[in-house]
Design a protein around this ligand. Structure first.
Ligand code: IPE
Ligand code: IPE
Ligand code: MG
Length: 247
């Protein structure tokens, strides 16, 4: 991520969500509209993420989560999958080099077993560096699926129960949450999905129980600072009740 300490440009939102999560969608359609291969859309989408992440940090977002590759995205043509992983590697390499200077703590949400060995090594180095950094937390969802995450948590609890470390009555929402990839990270306040699709596509199903959802037709590569401002402004018009009553 490149951080130049820029100030926000588009008028101060009343309150900035502590945690924004974004489903980076619409890269393929952005490219097709221009007669380009889908992979060109992924490259442009990665650039957009660099800009938007910088902006989110500048306006005071504390946690930024990006859905970059799902457990279902392996179903795509192998050439597309390979290009997405090339871009992910490039981004992760760059992040590893810059994270101390930019004060970005990185959390990876997703299954690592299926990842190439060099990526797993790089992620281990990023984990290690992140322990020493105190700043915005960037959560990258790579090979992430919410059902997969919850299934793993259930398995971990079952193992603890079988080993006599925990009894079924001791299983609580907290004991489940603490076994998710997102353990220790507050739930998203605002989830943004560009590209016109109105669904979550297996993204943070547990964590988004009370998140505000914002959908827009803008394709991810076209996203800019003003789109974040619009989403934050809409967030400020929402009334979060968590099942209670107002006032
Ligand atoms: C999102 O853009 C990127 C990934 C899912 C990796 P898409 O590739 O899904 O773009 P569309 O939805 O086909 O336009
Ligand atoms: C969701 O987008 C996954 C990511 C953005 C990483 P998809 O493009 O994969 O979702 P669907 O297939 O439209 O639901
Ligand atoms: Mg898509």
């Amino acid at each position: 991520m490149r951080f130049f300490g820029r100030k926000k440009k588009h008028g101060a939102p009343a309150s900035v969500p502590e945690h924004i999560a974004i489903i980076l969608d619409g890269n393929g359609r952005w490219a097709r509209k221009r007669g380009m291969p889908r992979t060109a859309g992924h490259a442009r989408g990665a650039e957009t993420f660099r800009r938007v992440a910088t902006y989110c940090r500048d306006i005071g977002v504390k946690y930024l989560t990006a859905y970059a590759f799902s457990t279902e995205n392996w179903r795509r043509p192998p050439e597309e999958v390979a290009e997405i992983w090339r871009l992910l590697r490039e981004y992760l390499d760059e992040t590893y080099e810059r994270m101390e200077r930019d004060r970005v703590k990185v959390r990876i949400l997703g299954g690592r077993e299926e990842m190439p060995e060099d990526v797993r090594e790089l992620l281990a180095k990023i984990d290690e560096k992140s322990r020493r950094i105190d700043g915005i937390t960037l959560c990258l969802c790579i090979n992430y699926g919410s059902r997969d995450e919850i299934t793993r948590a259930a398995r971990l609890l079952a193992e603890d129960a079988a080993a006599g470390k925990i009894s079924p009555e001791e299983i609580t929402e907290d004991s489940i949450a603490s076994r998710l990839y997102s353990a220790g990270i507050p739930d998203p306040d605002l989830v943004i999905r560009p590209s016109g699709e109105v669904r979550l596509s297996n993204f943070l199903l547990w964590q988004c129980a009370y998140s505000e959802l914002y959908f827009t037709d803008t394709l991810w590569p076209d996203f800019g600072e003003e789109d974040i401002d619009r989403a934050v402004a809409e967030y400020n018009r929402r009334d979060r009740r968590y099942g209670g009553v107002k006032g």
